[in-house]
Design a protein around this ligand. Structure first.
Ligand code: TYD
Ligand code: MG
Length: 431
């Protein structure tokens, strides 16, 4: 039986369709060749080795010299490692990579900018160009052969971006699923054979449609995501997968005229801490070894639709729906039928920690009642299905840091047992 695969998202179907039901693109389903029987191959003898006798890999790490980047990587680039760096266009991926190559012998393959543009930017960033090579050859076979015959060993190969390189042996335009798989497979094997670090840059779109680069996540050693809004200058670097390092560390940067600057002060995400407004709540959570503070904004408004709208940005969608049900049941706030709910984490960041639950609920209540939350208040806590407020990891550390930064009233499992208590304090105005 033939199988039709969507060249955009990888969806599979037994019959051909004009439009992919998964990603909605037209004319992307392509018949895949049926698996042919391979020619007779002799049975391979199983060779076994005692692992105890194998020498451990000498993991040679090469620090990038950018402390925040190294921390996320786990100490620097590992020889032979393949790193996928994803982010929205314009967030600063190329800049980050350029800045991290100061101490390494690097080849930069660019399908997006010309040599002059790259040099211009590198000079503006004050980057030493002595060990820096450039090519705009986007054919993967040519890149692999070129690197193998270079005559000197590269430390890092950067592909900017993986959506622009192609294999001559594969049909389909650069960036299609089949091209992405083939080109990255060849680059990964080059990395392992030559012990070069390969950095693949991949674009994702605002809606989080990472169908393309997402399919590569299983094959690479490390997946980094660079996030932040173009209008705000702050950027977060996170690892969602890391074979040679931690996944809970984050790197914080600010985009300035002279490139990305590292940030160590955690208060950066609060743009106007003093201003009081309905629907605004400040949360504190711990990520890696750091405590971070974010602002959640909610807007609860009467709906004109039979099914009210929920637009959630920066928080988990399903968790948010669950918390809306919890609010209805335990705080008696009926947002389910008559109200649209819009929620945003300021700065374009994504908060994954469950420690944001309490702040999310407080901001919804505040918008619903059209009353600001108390001045200098902070919300720290996970909320369970019974409405109970739970403690979170490193709660004491968050509270201590919050005190240092001038938060006066900290709501957490230490003073709230259930979100009911939060509603009561709202009615009594006795925060
Ligand atoms: P870039 O690294 O090209 O983004 P990406 O590779 O993710 O698409 O960064 C683009 C943005 O960064 C661009 O809007 C300009 C800004 N920028 C600065 O503000 N300062 C700088 O020094 C540089 C190099 C870029
Ligand atoms: Mg770029």
């Amino acid at each position: 039986m033939a199988l039709y695969i969507c060249s955009n998202c990888g969806y599979g179907s037994a019959s051909w369709m004009g439009r992919c039901p998964d990603c909605g693109q037209w004319n992307t389903l392509v018949a895949q060749a049926e698996g042919k029987k391979k020619k007779n191959e002799a049975v391979k003898k199983l060779e076994i080795t005692s692992l105890a006798k194998i020498n451990p890999l000498a993991k040679s790490r090469q620090p990038t010299g950018i402390y925040e980047f190294d921390r996320v990587l786990g100490g620097g680039f590992v020889a032979g490692e393949v790193v996928l760096l994803t982010g929205e266009p314009g967030v600063g991926k190329s800049t980050l990579v350029l800045q991290s190559l100061q101490k390494t012998k690097a080849l930069y393959i660019s399908g997006e900018e010309s040599a002059e543009q790259v040099k211009d930017r590198a000079q503006r960033l004050n980057i030493n160009l002595d060990n820096f090579y450039f090519s705009d050859n986007l054919q993967v076979e040519g890149i692999v052969e070129g690197v193998e015959n270079l005559g000197e060993k590269l430390d890092v190969l950067i592909i900017d971006s993986i959506q622009t390189v192609y294999s001559k042996d594969i049909d389909g335009t650069a960036g299609s699923i089949s091209q992405l798989k083939e080109t990255s497979a060849r680059l990964i094997s080059l990395a392992k054979k030559q012990k070069i670090t390969v950095v693949l840059i991949g674009h994702i779109t605002k809606e989080g449609e990472i169908a393309g680069p997402k399919t590569l996540e299983h094959f690479v050693d490390c997946v980094l995501n660079f996030e932040g809004e173009r209008l705000s200058n702050f950027r977060l670097l996170r690892a969602s997968k890391n074979r040679f390092g931690p996944t809970d560390e984050i790197g914080i940067f600010e985009m300035k005229g002279g490139g990305l600057v590292e940030i160590s002060n955690p208060l950066v995400f609060l743009e106007n801490n003093k201003e009081l407004a309905p629907g605004k709540a400040i949360i504190g959570i711990s990520e890696g070894k750091r405590v971070l503070f974010y602002e959640i904004q909610s807007l609860v408004a009467n709906t004109a639709m039979p099914v009210p709208r929920r637009v959630i940005k920066g928080l988990d969608y399903n968790k948010s729906l669950l918390l809306l049900a919890v609010i209805k049941k335990y705080a008696n706030i009926p947002l389910d039928k008559y109200y649209d709910v819009y929620v945003n984490v300021i700065g374009g960041f994504t908060v994954k920690s469950t420690g944001a639950d309490l702040g999310f609920i407080a901001s919804l209540m505040s918008s619903y009642k059209n009353a600001p939350l108390p001045p200098n208040s902070l919300y720290v806590g996970e909320v369970g299905l019974r409405g109970e407020v739970r403690s979170v990891r490193s709660e004491d550390k968050i509270i201590k840091e919050a005190g240092r930064l001038g938060f006066k009233k900290i709501f957490s499992s230490k003073n709230l047992k259930n979100i009911k208590d939060l509603t009561e304090s709202f009615y009594k105005k006795s925060f």
